[in-house]
Design a protein around this ligand. Structure first.
Ligand code: A2P
Length: 318
Protein backbone atom coordinates (compact mmCIF):
# COMPACT_ATOMS: atom_id res chain seq x y z
CA UNK A 1 0.00 0.00 0.00
CA UNK A 2 1.20 3.53 -0.68
CA UNK A 3 1.19 6.08 2.13
CA UNK A 4 -1.74 7.82 0.43
CA UNK A 5 -3.70 4.54 0.47
CA UNK A 6 -2.82 3.99 4.13
CA UNK A 7 -4.00 7.49 5.02
CA UNK A 8 -7.29 6.80 3.24
CA UNK A 9 -7.62 3.41 4.88
CA UNK A 10 -7.09 4.78 8.41
CA UNK A 11 -9.01 7.99 7.61
CA UNK A 12 -6.40 10.05 9.40
CA UNK A 13 -6.46 13.76 8.52
CA UNK A 14 -2.91 14.29 7.19
CA UNK A 15 -2.51 17.72 8.73
CA UNK A 16 -2.94 17.78 12.49
CA UNK A 17 -2.30 20.25 15.28
CA UNK A 18 0.75 19.71 17.50
CA UNK A 19 0.38 20.66 21.18
CA UNK A 20 3.92 20.19 22.51
CA UNK A 21 5.17 23.51 23.97
CA UNK A 22 1.66 25.01 23.95
CA UNK A 23 1.32 26.47 27.42
CA UNK A 24 -1.74 25.83 29.55
CA UNK A 25 -4.11 28.72 28.82
CA UNK A 26 -2.80 29.15 25.28
CA UNK A 27 -3.55 25.58 24.28
CA UNK A 28 -7.24 25.82 25.15
CA UNK A 29 -7.86 28.75 22.80
CA UNK A 30 -5.58 27.27 20.13
CA UNK A 31 -7.47 23.95 20.04
CA UNK A 32 -10.86 25.72 20.02
CA UNK A 33 -9.73 27.97 17.19
CA UNK A 34 -8.19 25.05 15.29
CA UNK A 35 -11.39 22.98 15.50
CA UNK A 36 -13.46 26.01 14.50
CA UNK A 37 -11.44 26.58 11.31
CA UNK A 38 -11.40 22.93 10.24
CA UNK A 39 -8.58 21.02 11.98
CA UNK A 40 -9.82 17.50 12.72
CA UNK A 41 -6.64 15.92 14.08
CA UNK A 42 -5.02 16.87 17.39
CA UNK A 43 -1.74 15.37 18.58
CA UNK A 44 -1.43 15.18 22.37
CA UNK A 45 0.68 13.63 25.13
CA UNK A 46 0.59 13.57 28.91
CA UNK A 47 4.23 14.72 28.84
CA UNK A 48 3.05 18.05 27.39
CA UNK A 49 1.23 18.69 30.69
CA UNK A 50 -1.78 20.26 28.98
CA UNK A 51 -4.12 17.38 28.10
CA UNK A 52 -6.75 18.60 30.53
CA UNK A 53 -7.09 21.87 28.61
CA UNK A 54 -6.94 20.19 25.23
CA UNK A 55 -9.75 17.95 26.47
CA UNK A 56 -11.84 20.91 27.63
CA UNK A 57 -11.56 22.53 24.20
CA UNK A 58 -12.51 19.29 22.43
CA UNK A 59 -15.41 18.54 24.78
CA UNK A 60 -16.89 22.03 24.47
CA UNK A 61 -16.66 21.90 20.69
CA UNK A 62 -18.42 18.53 20.59
CA UNK A 63 -21.07 19.68 23.09
CA UNK A 64 -21.75 22.76 20.98
CA UNK A 65 -22.53 20.42 18.08
CA UNK A 66 -19.77 21.89 15.90
CA UNK A 67 -18.08 18.53 15.38
CA UNK A 68 -18.82 14.87 16.10
CA UNK A 69 -16.33 12.68 17.97
CA UNK A 70 -16.22 10.22 15.09
CA UNK A 71 -14.99 12.96 12.76
CA UNK A 72 -11.99 13.75 14.97
CA UNK A 73 -8.64 12.01 15.11
CA UNK A 74 -7.06 12.24 18.55
CA UNK A 75 -3.59 10.85 19.19
CA UNK A 76 -1.92 10.56 22.58
CA UNK A 77 1.13 8.80 23.96
CA UNK A 78 2.42 6.60 26.74
CA UNK A 79 5.01 8.41 28.87
CA UNK A 80 8.34 6.78 29.62
CA UNK A 81 7.47 6.10 33.26
CA UNK A 82 4.57 3.81 32.37
CA UNK A 83 6.22 1.17 30.19
CA UNK A 84 5.73 -1.65 32.71
CA UNK A 85 2.75 -3.67 31.43
CA UNK A 86 0.68 -3.04 34.57
CA UNK A 87 1.06 0.75 34.16
CA UNK A 88 0.00 1.00 30.52
CA UNK A 89 -3.78 0.90 30.85
CA UNK A 90 -3.89 3.12 33.97
CA UNK A 91 -1.76 5.70 32.12
CA UNK A 92 -4.14 5.52 29.15
CA UNK A 93 -7.15 5.89 31.47
CA UNK A 94 -5.63 9.05 32.96
CA UNK A 95 -5.11 10.48 29.47
CA UNK A 96 -8.68 9.55 28.46
CA UNK A 97 -10.02 11.23 31.61
CA UNK A 98 -7.96 14.39 30.95
CA UNK A 99 -8.95 14.49 27.29
CA UNK A 100 -12.56 13.69 28.28
CA UNK A 101 -12.76 10.93 25.68
CA UNK A 102 -13.92 7.33 25.68
CA UNK A 103 -11.30 6.20 23.19
CA UNK A 104 -8.22 7.40 21.32
CA UNK A 105 -7.75 7.03 17.60
CA UNK A 106 -4.05 6.41 18.08
CA UNK A 107 -1.96 5.55 21.15
CA UNK A 108 1.83 5.73 20.77
CA UNK A 109 4.84 4.73 22.85
CA UNK A 110 6.42 8.19 23.24
CA UNK A 111 10.10 7.10 23.33
CA UNK A 112 11.99 3.81 23.27
CA UNK A 113 13.23 4.85 26.72
CA UNK A 114 11.90 3.70 30.09
CA UNK A 115 11.96 5.37 33.52
CA UNK A 116 11.00 4.10 36.92
CA UNK A 117 7.32 4.68 37.59
CA UNK A 118 7.85 7.43 40.18
CA UNK A 119 10.11 9.49 37.88
CA UNK A 120 8.67 12.24 35.68
CA UNK A 121 11.97 13.37 34.22
CA UNK A 122 15.18 11.54 35.15
CA UNK A 123 18.13 13.19 36.86
CA UNK A 124 20.21 10.15 37.80
CA UNK A 125 21.13 6.89 36.11
CA UNK A 126 18.99 4.97 38.65
CA UNK A 127 15.90 6.82 37.42
CA UNK A 128 16.04 4.82 34.19
CA UNK A 129 15.17 1.23 33.38
CA UNK A 130 17.07 -0.24 30.44
CA UNK A 131 15.20 -1.83 27.54
CA UNK A 132 16.97 -5.07 28.41
CA UNK A 133 15.19 -5.02 31.79
CA UNK A 134 11.88 -3.75 30.44
CA UNK A 135 11.60 -4.87 26.81
CA UNK A 136 9.46 -2.90 24.39
CA UNK A 137 7.57 -6.07 23.50
CA UNK A 138 6.21 -6.35 27.06
CA UNK A 139 4.92 -2.77 26.82
CA UNK A 140 3.52 -3.54 23.37
CA UNK A 141 1.51 -6.54 24.60
CA UNK A 142 -0.22 -4.20 27.07
CA UNK A 143 -0.84 -1.69 24.26
CA UNK A 144 -2.41 -4.51 22.21
CA UNK A 145 -4.72 -5.27 25.14
CA UNK A 146 -5.91 -1.63 25.01
CA UNK A 147 -6.96 -2.14 21.38
CA UNK A 148 -8.74 -5.37 22.27
CA UNK A 149 -10.66 -3.53 25.02
CA UNK A 150 -11.76 -0.84 22.56
CA UNK A 151 -9.91 1.92 24.42
CA UNK A 152 -7.82 2.82 21.36
CA UNK A 153 -8.39 2.20 17.65
CA UNK A 154 -4.75 1.97 16.61
CA UNK A 155 -1.35 1.71 18.25
CA UNK A 156 2.10 2.78 17.23
CA UNK A 157 5.37 4.30 18.35
CA UNK A 158 7.41 7.49 18.24
CA UNK A 159 11.12 8.03 17.87
CA UNK A 160 11.81 4.42 16.83
CA UNK A 161 14.78 3.67 14.59
CA UNK A 162 14.32 1.32 11.61
CA UNK A 163 16.04 -1.39 13.65
CA UNK A 164 13.69 -1.03 16.64
CA UNK A 165 10.61 -0.70 14.45
CA UNK A 166 11.53 -3.79 12.42
CA UNK A 167 12.01 -5.85 15.60
CA UNK A 168 8.66 -4.72 16.99
CA UNK A 169 6.88 -5.25 13.68
CA UNK A 170 8.16 -8.84 13.53
CA UNK A 171 6.86 -9.74 16.99
CA UNK A 172 3.67 -7.67 17.20
CA UNK A 173 0.28 -9.41 17.05
CA UNK A 174 -1.33 -6.04 16.32
CA UNK A 175 1.13 -4.30 14.02
CA UNK A 176 2.29 -0.74 14.69
CA UNK A 177 0.35 1.58 12.37
CA UNK A 178 2.48 4.67 12.94
CA UNK A 179 5.97 5.88 13.76
CA UNK A 180 5.99 9.54 14.77
CA UNK A 181 9.44 11.00 14.21
CA UNK A 182 11.22 14.26 13.64
CA UNK A 183 11.07 14.87 9.89
CA UNK A 184 11.65 17.97 7.73
CA UNK A 185 13.87 18.90 4.77
CA UNK A 186 17.03 18.86 6.96
CA UNK A 187 16.14 15.35 8.27
CA UNK A 188 14.37 13.56 5.44
CA UNK A 189 14.59 10.02 6.87
CA UNK A 190 14.48 8.34 3.47
CA UNK A 191 15.51 4.89 4.71
CA UNK A 192 12.71 5.02 7.27
CA UNK A 193 10.26 6.03 4.52
CA UNK A 194 11.25 2.99 2.45
CA UNK A 195 10.95 0.61 5.41
CA UNK A 196 7.55 1.97 6.45
CA UNK A 197 6.19 1.95 2.90
CA UNK A 198 7.21 -1.69 2.49
CA UNK A 199 5.57 -2.66 5.78
CA UNK A 200 2.33 -0.68 5.75
CA UNK A 201 3.34 1.71 8.53
CA UNK A 202 2.51 5.42 8.30
CA UNK A 203 4.84 8.20 9.39
CA UNK A 204 4.01 11.42 11.21
CA UNK A 205 6.47 14.31 10.98
CA UNK A 206 6.94 16.15 14.24
CA UNK A 207 8.79 19.47 14.38
CA UNK A 208 7.98 19.92 10.67
CA UNK A 209 8.75 23.64 10.97
CA UNK A 210 12.04 23.19 12.86
CA UNK A 211 10.57 23.57 16.33
CA UNK A 212 11.98 27.06 16.94
CA UNK A 213 10.25 27.44 20.31
CA UNK A 214 12.01 24.53 22.05
CA UNK A 215 13.29 25.30 25.55
CA UNK A 216 16.80 26.81 25.53
CA UNK A 217 18.36 23.68 27.03
CA UNK A 218 17.28 21.69 23.97
CA UNK A 219 18.80 24.15 21.46
CA UNK A 220 22.29 24.35 20.04
CA UNK A 221 23.77 27.81 19.55
CA UNK A 222 24.64 27.24 15.90
CA UNK A 223 21.57 25.33 14.73
CA UNK A 224 20.25 26.00 11.21
CA UNK A 225 16.90 27.81 10.96
CA UNK A 226 14.63 25.84 8.68
CA UNK A 227 12.04 28.59 8.22
CA UNK A 228 14.81 30.86 6.89
CA UNK A 229 16.34 28.39 4.46
CA UNK A 230 17.03 30.29 1.18
CA UNK A 231 15.76 27.44 -1.03
CA UNK A 232 12.53 27.16 0.97
CA UNK A 233 12.08 30.95 0.86
CA UNK A 234 12.64 30.99 -2.91
CA UNK A 235 10.07 28.24 -3.50
CA UNK A 236 7.65 30.01 -1.14
CA UNK A 237 8.00 33.25 -3.12
CA UNK A 238 7.36 31.34 -6.35
CA UNK A 239 4.09 29.95 -4.93
CA UNK A 240 3.14 33.22 -3.23
CA UNK A 241 2.96 31.61 0.23
CA UNK A 242 5.00 31.66 3.48
CA UNK A 243 7.89 29.29 4.15
CA UNK A 244 5.84 27.25 6.65
CA UNK A 245 3.31 26.32 3.98
CA UNK A 246 6.08 24.94 1.75
CA UNK A 247 7.53 22.81 4.57
CA UNK A 248 4.11 21.35 5.30
CA UNK A 249 3.18 20.88 1.63
CA UNK A 250 6.45 18.97 1.23
CA UNK A 251 5.59 16.64 4.13
CA UNK A 252 2.11 16.01 2.69
CA UNK A 253 3.40 15.48 -0.85
CA UNK A 254 5.60 12.65 0.46
CA UNK A 255 2.53 10.95 1.93
CA UNK A 256 3.52 11.65 5.51
CA UNK A 257 1.29 13.17 8.18
CA UNK A 258 2.43 16.47 9.72
CA UNK A 259 1.58 18.05 13.05
CA UNK A 260 2.79 21.68 13.13
CA UNK A 261 2.32 23.37 16.48
CA UNK A 262 0.84 26.85 16.65
CA UNK A 263 -1.12 28.88 19.17
CA UNK A 264 -1.50 31.82 16.81
CA UNK A 265 -4.79 32.16 14.85
CA UNK A 266 -3.12 33.53 11.74
CA UNK A 267 -0.47 30.77 11.63
CA UNK A 268 -3.06 28.08 12.44
CA UNK A 269 -4.84 29.18 9.24
CA UNK A 270 -1.64 29.40 7.23
CA UNK A 271 -0.65 25.89 8.24
CA UNK A 272 -4.04 24.41 7.42
CA UNK A 273 -4.01 26.04 3.99
CA UNK A 274 -0.77 24.20 3.16
CA UNK A 275 -2.96 21.30 2.00
CA UNK A 276 -3.80 23.44 -1.04
CA UNK A 277 -0.17 24.11 -2.02
CA UNK A 278 0.92 21.75 -4.78
CA UNK A 279 4.65 21.36 -5.20
CA UNK A 280 5.91 20.28 -8.62
CA UNK A 281 8.65 17.77 -9.39
CA UNK A 282 11.24 20.57 -9.61
CA UNK A 283 10.32 21.89 -6.15
CA UNK A 284 10.54 18.36 -4.71
CA UNK A 285 13.93 17.82 -6.30
CA UNK A 286 15.28 21.09 -4.91
CA UNK A 287 13.97 20.37 -1.41
CA UNK A 288 15.27 16.80 -1.68
CA UNK A 289 18.75 18.31 -1.98
CA UNK A 290 18.52 19.99 1.45
CA UNK A 291 18.86 16.83 3.56
CA UNK A 292 21.67 17.02 6.09
CA UNK A 293 20.55 14.42 8.58
CA UNK A 294 20.15 17.20 11.13
CA UNK A 295 18.16 16.52 14.30
CA UNK A 296 16.80 19.45 16.30
CA UNK A 297 15.83 16.87 18.96
CA UNK A 298 18.87 14.66 19.09
CA UNK A 299 17.81 12.68 22.17
CA UNK A 300 20.98 13.63 24.07
CA UNK A 301 18.77 14.52 27.05
CA UNK A 302 18.31 10.77 27.64
CA UNK A 303 22.02 10.14 28.00
CA UNK A 304 23.03 13.21 29.99
CA UNK A 305 22.25 11.88 33.49
CA UNK A 306 25.38 10.19 34.84
CA UNK A 307 24.97 6.43 34.63
CA UNK A 308 22.07 6.51 32.15
CA UNK A 309 21.80 3.18 30.30
CA UNK A 310 20.79 5.11 27.15
CA UNK A 311 23.13 6.60 24.55
CA UNK A 312 22.31 8.71 21.52
CA UNK A 313 24.00 6.15 19.27
CA UNK A 314 21.83 3.28 20.59
CA UNK A 315 18.72 5.44 20.59
CA UNK A 316 18.91 5.95 16.82
CA UNK A 317 20.76 2.63 16.37
CA UNK A 318 23.67 4.04 14.41
P1 A2P B 1 3.39 29.92 17.24
O1 A2P B 1 2.82 28.86 18.13
O2 A2P B 1 3.51 31.24 17.92
O3 A2P B 1 2.69 30.00 15.90
P2 A2P B 1 7.12 22.94 15.16
O4 A2P B 1 5.72 22.60 14.74
O5 A2P B 1 8.16 22.55 14.15
O6 A2P B 1 7.44 22.48 16.55
O7 A2P B 1 7.22 24.53 15.19
C1 A2P B 1 6.51 25.30 16.12
C2 A2P B 1 7.05 26.72 16.12
O8 A2P B 1 6.82 27.35 14.85
C3 A2P B 1 6.37 27.60 17.12
O9 A2P B 1 7.30 28.55 17.59
C4 A2P B 1 5.27 28.28 16.33
O10 A2P B 1 4.93 29.52 16.91
C5 A2P B 1 5.96 28.48 15.00
N1 A2P B 1 5.05 28.46 13.85
C6 A2P B 1 3.93 27.73 13.67
N2 A2P B 1 3.42 27.91 12.45
C7 A2P B 1 4.25 28.75 11.79
C8 A2P B 1 4.27 29.31 10.49
N3 A2P B 1 3.33 29.04 9.60
N4 A2P B 1 5.29 30.17 10.19
C9 A2P B 1 6.25 30.46 11.09
N5 A2P B 1 6.29 29.96 12.32
C10 A2P B 1 5.30 29.11 12.68
Amino acid sequence: MTFQELIKDLQIPPLGLGTWKSARGDVYTAVKEALAIGYRHIDCAPAYENENEVGAAIAETIEAGAVARKDLWITSKLWNNAHAPEHVEPALQKTLADLKLEYLDLFLIHWPVAFRHDVGFPRRGEDYISLADLPTLATWRAMEACVEKGLVRHIGVCNFSVKKLAALHREAKIKPKMNQIEMHPYLQQNRMLDFCRENGILLTAYSPLGSGDRPKGMKKADEPILLQDPTILRIAARHGVQAGAILLAWALARGTVAIPKSINPERLRQNLSAVEVKLDAGDMLEIGGLDKGYRYLDGSFWQSAPGSPYTVADLWDK
